[in-house]
Design a protein around this ligand. Structure first.
Ligand code: 9PG
Length: 522
């Protein structure tokens, strides 16, 4: 364990090798920067005083947070942590290696490694400068994307969800007309099962034909898949149960449960047969003709468990991503999603840095009652993305899609605008809006958004200037206060119910039914 005195880092940043590092704080800070593990996990500046409520339900921890640390009550985060002082200066402790965690313990920032001795970056001063320096050091060790062109993407998820089929997609390809998209990306819903990555019965002409049709529109073809996840109902599960991640007791590690309606498990990415399978899957997707690959639910590769090769969990995942990247080739564009952030750097061209947006601003149950800021919702997405913009020098940062339509969408104009502004700041533009749902005016609005190349200037943590206009995210990044009185009781009940499979099953199937109905109004 290495102890660092604040006076040693006050003037100059330091890089120190240690398994555990303790940095003494000069005085009581006002805020703590908690950095969530994967794309959808919360990143936010929170108050130092008072306990931060654990996000609920616990049954969602595997796929929304790092389940290993999710029940910690002290302020903490993955790879880095920072405190802010009254004068606005910050003190940051950030690992330059995977498998690390930072805690705020009384008057110390403590960095701990699950993987032996690692390098720690420690700096004090102006927030932007400190993060810029940290990110530079990460870039040296992890690498950066070489891709300079950022594709403008039409993605099928946020209008149709699972309700895609060959017919409806072909119609959309036609109706998108000359809208300036570079990529049409087919999302979840094309595959036989999670683990069985072949076209299902809704795509009778097959995936190569689908890619071909997209390319005939003059655009690149994009495809979503979740290669490290396995559904219990899949063929893969039946045929290769020895490829799955298990715990110390030999039981399968749960990777969650969601709208697909079956238990999910994780691949042991160090198993030699899994590596061969992943390589051939990536080559297959490329051979079909897809050049833009969205790999999702990647956290599954880094969950805690016993692996064929005994290496730290994030290092294991990172190695599997390296293998997949190599199989995909550098000429294709790789977007990683649901991914632990640090381990994905260097191998991703773009990374999702927040939870899913939605055609709704917030979800009362999840945000207010369950204090869950990783669930789909536009405010949740904006909050975490704004707090992760510091990653931009390394790779393209994906804030998720923007909305332009008013049909089937309850977002207020102001909220749609915030999402669009954030996309301009990220310089990553995407939408799932259906051409069938756009008015002529909305279509023109989308077109001018897609061709815009504005001047963006950072003014402060949450304020930017876009072509001279001030945009302010302060109100959106605020966390929803923990429930009080009757709502506190309701919160306990719902948190408890959220751990019961039957309850989750019913809630998810209601949600699926609503999405189905929505998609049928095309
Ligand atoms: C496809 C989708 C889309 C989307 C991804 C991911 O925590 N959650 O409840 C949760 C739900 C959905 C989700 C992520 C997290 O969506 O981010 O873009 O590809 O999968 O299934």
């Amino acid at each position: 364990m290495t102890k660092i005195h604040f006076s040693n880092v006050q003037a100059n940043s330091k890089i120190i090798k240690a398994k555990e590092i303790q940095v003494g704080l000069p005085s009581t800070p006002v805020k703590y920067y908690r950095h969530g593990w994967q794309s959808w996990s919360l990143a936010a500046w929170t108050d130092v005083a008072g306990a931060f409520p654990m996000q609920k339900p616990i049954s969602f921890h595997p796929y929304q947070t790092d389940a290993v640390y999710a029940q910690e009550s002290v302020p903490h985060g993955s790879w880095l942590g920072a405190v802010e002082y009254e004068d606005g200066n910050i003190l940051l402790v950030g690992a330059l290696a995977t498998d690390t965690h930072v805690f705020l313990l009384k008057d110390q920032l403590v960095g701990r490694s699950e993987a032996g001795e690692v390098e720690w970056f420690i700096a004090y001063g102006n927030e932007t400068q400190v993060f810029d320096e940290y990110v530079k050091q990460i870039g040296v060790r992890f690498g950066m994307t070489a891709k300079t062109h950022v594709p403008r993407v039409w993605c099928s998820w946020y209008s149709l969800y699972m309700e895609i089929n060959e017919g409806v997609l072909n119609q959309i390809f036609d109706l998108l007309g000359d809208l300036p998209f570079d990529v049409i990306q087919v999302d979840d819903g094309w595959q036989k099962n999670i683990g069985d990555w072949q076209a299902n019965e809704k795509f009778p002409s097959g995936m190569a034909s689908l890619a071909e049709k997209i390319k005939l529109t003059g655009r690149q073809a994009g495809l979503w898949l979740a290669p490290l996840l396995v559904s219990k109902s899949s063929q893969l599960f039946k045929e290769h149960s020895n490829w799955l991640l298990k715990n110390d007791g030999g039981a399968l590690v749960s990777a969650g449960y969601n709208y697909w309606g079956n238990d999910l498990y994780a691949l042991d990415v160090t198993h030699p047969d899994v590596i061969v399978w992943l390589t051939s899957l990536m080559k297959q997707v490329r051979a079909w003709g897809f050049d833009y690959i969205k790999l999702d639910f990647l956290y599954a590769g880094a969950m805690k468990g016993v692996r064929y090769v005994d290496i730290p969990r994030e290092a294991a995942y990172r190695e599997s991503l390296r293998v997949m990247r190599e199989a995909i080739g550098t000429d294709a564009f790789l977007l990683t999603c649901g991914t632990p952030i640090l381990p994905a750097l260097g191998f991703s061209d773009a990374i999702r840095i927040g939870p899913d947006v939605s055609h709704e601003w917030e979800n009362h149950l999840y945000e207010h009652l369950l204090q869950n800021f990783s669930s789909p919702g536009t405010r949740n997405a904006i909050r975490t993305v704004v707090n992760r913009l510091w990653l931009k020098p390394l790779l393209h940062i994906d804030p998720d899609v923007e909305y332009f339509v008013s049909k089937e969408n309850t977002l207020e104009e102001e909220h749609k605008k915030q999402l669009q502004d954030l996309a301009l700041i990220c310089n990553f533009k995407a939408t799932s809006d259906l051409p069938q749902w756009m008015t002529e005016g909305e279509r023109e609005q989308l077109r001018s958004f897609l061709i815009r190349e504005p001047d963006v200037l950072k003014i402060s943590r949450y304020q930017y200037k876009i072509d001279g206009r001030i945009v302010d995210f302060s109100s959106s990044v605020e966390l929803v206060k923990p429930p009080k009185g009757f709502n506190a009781l309701l919160s306990v009940i719902m948190g408890w119910a959220g751990n019961i499979k039957l309850f989750i099953r019913i809630t998810l199937s209601l949600d699926n039914a609503a999405k189905k109905k929505r998609a049928s109004r095309i």
